[in-house]
Ligand binder design. Structure first.
Ligand code: 5MM
Length: 325
């Protein structure tokens, strides 16, 4: 049985990355509806089957993060999703948070929940075949945001989640996402990302989380979606790497970025440009959701006749990201 450090390294090595297919039922339902597919249990299952059976996916994808419902579903050939992934040489992950909920006393901010009963859920997820986990916290940039209390509440939960996962044998993917919504500048995103990561690593140390047995999944440092001055790819890449050098200890084996609403092509270009920012102590890879599967979903639209074309669309993004590494 692999150690946590071995599993963490396996997730980020050989130019591979992690595919995030762990949309909650609500998010997945709206994504299906947006392409005209009725949001049923069966359609969610079929769509996830399309993803995991994409030919040669394991050449560029080391692990797939699943949601609780998918972990318990089966492919049409009867295999469970974790069993099918194991056959392909892809590790199965599980999203264990229960979502970002309004934070008391902070009307515009959220705290991610899911710690109650997590020790028992981790045990069950291990028995179902999961080897790693994910928890996402979100931070908005705005006037006086994020507040100190939202940062502290969220990094506390992230660190307790990571500790519980490691205790139970799952590699935690720790995801603090500074959102792209808004008109903030690149410099403002850098300042907030730096503050969140500093606070996060203080809390991980306090909770005695083993850094070599975890993966960090941060946002790239980019300007807000509505900012009139969008930085060049090289500038955003260099700023991201500088921010990570300031905050992420070298014992973390890998940093796997979320895409956060960037176009698939731009997310890939940023990832590629970061590989030219000098010697780095950690592997830099991808853990994209929308930037990997968005084109496939748009192509599929629930039509069996589009199945292979949709898988090709996913393959194109996966291969491009592996190449960018
Ligand atoms: C796939 O989406 C994940 C789960 O979202 P919800 O719980 O809100 O439904 C999400 O955490 C995702 O893993 C990350 O945001 C990365 O995805 P993107 O699309 O930002 O690369």
């Amino acid at each position: 049985m692999a150690t946590l450090a071995e599993t963490a390294r396996a997730l980020v090595s050989n130019r591979r990355g992690i595919l995030a297919a762990d949309e909650s039922i609500g998010t997945m339902s709206s994504r299906l509806e947006s392409v005209g597919v009725p949001p049923t249990d069966e359609n969610r299952r079929v769509y996830r089957e399309l993803i995991v059976t994409t030919p040669e996916l394991s050449d560029s994808v080391s692990g797939i993060i699943l949601a609780d419902d998918t972990l318990r579903q089966r492919l049409s050939d009867g295999r469970s999703f974790p069993a099918a992934l194991a056959n392909l040489g892809i590790l199965a992950g599980i999203k264990v948070d229960t979502g970002a909920k309004p934070l008391a006393g902070a009307p515009d901010e959220k705290v991610t929940e899911g710690l109650d009963g997590l020790r028992e859920r981790v045990k069950e997820y291990v028995s179902l075949g999961a080897t790693f986990a994910k928890w996402r916290a979100v931070f908005s940039i705005g006037s006086e945001l994020p507040s100190e209390r939202s940062v502290r509440a969220n990094v506390h939960a992230l660190a307790r989640y990571a500790g519980l996962c490691q205790e139970g044998g799952l590699v935690p993917i720790v995801e603090p996402e500074v959102l792209m919504d808004g008109a903030h500048s690149l410099a403002e995103c850098q300042q907030v990302t730096r503050a969140v990561l500093r606070s996060l690593f203080d809390e991980l140390a306090l909770m005695q989380v083993d850094l070599d047995g975890m993966i960090l999944k941060p946002n790239m440092v980019v300007a807000g979606k509505d900012c009139p001055e969008q930085p060049a790819v090289e500038e955003a890449a260099q700023t991201t790497v500088d921010t990570l050098r300031d905050t992420v200890p070298p014992s973390v084996p890998g940093i796997a970025f979320l895409s956060g609403g960037q176009s698939p092509e731009l997310a890939t270009r940023h990832l590629g440009a970061m590989q030219n920012c000098g010697e780095l102590p950690w592997e830099l890879t991808y853990s994209f959701g929308r930037a990997l599967v968005g084109p496939a979903l748009e192509t599929w639209r629930g039509d069996d006749g589009n199945w292979e074309a949709a898988q090709r669309a996913l393959s194109v993004r996966a291969v491009a990201n592996a190449a960018a590494r």
